[in-house]
Every structure is written in structure tokens, then in C-alpha cells.
Design a protein around this ligand. Sequence first.
Ligand code: SF4
Length: 278
Amino acid sequence: MQEQAVPPKTARRERLAASLLFLVARKAYGERKRGKERFVFMNPQSKNGIDWCDYTWSPVTGCLHGCSYCYARRLVRRFGNGGDSAKPTVAKPGDVFPAGFSPTFYPHRLGEPMRIRKPSRIFAVSAGDLFGEWVPEEWIESVLDVARQCSRHTFIFLTKNPRRLPDFLFPPNAWAGVTIDGTGAASENEEKMMRLRAASAPVRFVSFEPLLNRPAGIRLNGVGWVIVGAMTGPGAAIPNPEWIREIIDRCRKSAVPVFVKQNIKWPEKIEEYPSPAL
Ligand code: SF4
């Protein structure tokens, strides 16, 4: 898929965001060297961020799906080293995206969720796709093992490649979701939904984010949660309200909880979670 041209104003904002991220990472590295650990790559989320989780956690980064709207890849490219190679890289403590947006594993970040006492919703691998075809099985098992050990938290996994979901045993505190942006054919979406239903996770969900078109071929049987959201980043387009209304109505008919992200600017606040929720 081709990259879209970035407007000058957007490019300036992204440069600023990348510089801030770099400064935070550099400061944290310095503090780590002085013995003060920080949750740099386990970031608390606010209403302006990923509002359906409390933290993002990045024991794995990088992704080869090549989505034209990938904000994370654009940011990483501004200060990361390396490119988009399929070769898996294992990072050392202190490395900041050592291989750019190539698949990278940070074993030293695996313990981060254990240091958070309050039960939290943790979006695992927010800057990548843990279930991409290129991700070694051991990396996936290591991340799922952390979820098994941290039963007080809920770990939320989201992929564009649900083909691999049925291959893994999810613990009771892990949710598995698939992203559907509405650009795929009905048959493609049906195939994704079939794979999702075969996952062992107790909550299986669909994220319509970024919603770029009316999703075709979606039936919500076997689905326990739905997220609707827009593209992120400066200048991002808001989806057609008709598509959003249809998704909400379908959730209501199927008694599926739905979380409408604030970035979609929907007039009504709808922030529902599967039950029992944290
Ligand atoms: S799946 Fe997500 S992380 Fe991967 S390229 Fe697309 S937007 Fe980026």
C-alpha cells in the first residue's frame, strides 16, 4: 500500500511528537542507568490517547502490514535506526527502536506489568502486531506468559492477522480482537471473524478503528465487545456517521457492549465494556 503525502503542518507536528518521545526515552535511559527504573514503554493512557485502556505496553514493536495510515511507524522512522526488515531483532536494555519498525522483542520489558499494583486494562503491543506472520512463536508465548502471571490485570490483544489466534492458549484475563477498517471485501471479513471465533480468549472483540468505510460481511455472533474509532493524528478524517450508527445499532440488537472512542466525536458518550469489567 502506498504512503500518503503528509501535509507540511502534519509533518511539523509529527516531528515535534517524535522529538518529545525521543527526549522522554533518553531521559528514562539516563534514569535507568542511575538505577531508577521508569515505565517508559508502558504508558498510561488518557482520554486523549487510547481511551479504552489504562496502559499500553510494548514488549514487542514493529509491524510489516504496511497500513498507509500507520502513525506509529511514521513516528518511529523519525528517530529509529534500521528499516522495515522482516528479520526479527532482540533489543538490549536502553535500545530505542534499534531496528526501526522491524519486528523487535524487548525481553527486559516483560516484567513491567508486574510492577503495577492496581488492576488495569493493558493494551499489549500497541505499536505493532503480536500475531503478525513474522513474529516468532516464542515471543508470543513470552508475552502470554506475563498475562498468565499477572491475573489482576486484563491484557488486551489486537491483530490484523487473526489467522494465528487459534494457535495459542489465552489465559482467562486476556481478550483477543481483530481490526476491521471497512476496506476489505465481505469474504475477507468473514474469514477474519471465523478465525477470531476460534480463538480461546474468553472475550473476543472487533475493533472498527480506523473506520474507513462501511464494513461488509460482519455478524456479531461469538463477539463480546466492539470498539469504534477514527484515524488518529493531525488532519485525520471522521468516519461517516451512518456507518457508526449502523455499528451501534447492530451491537444493540445483538446485546454486545460497544465503546465509541472520543476521537470519533460522536454526540453521545458510549463507553461500554464486557462484563465483568475492571
Ligand atoms: S497494523 Fe497497526 S501497527 Fe501495523 S502497520 Fe497497520 S496501523 Fe501500523
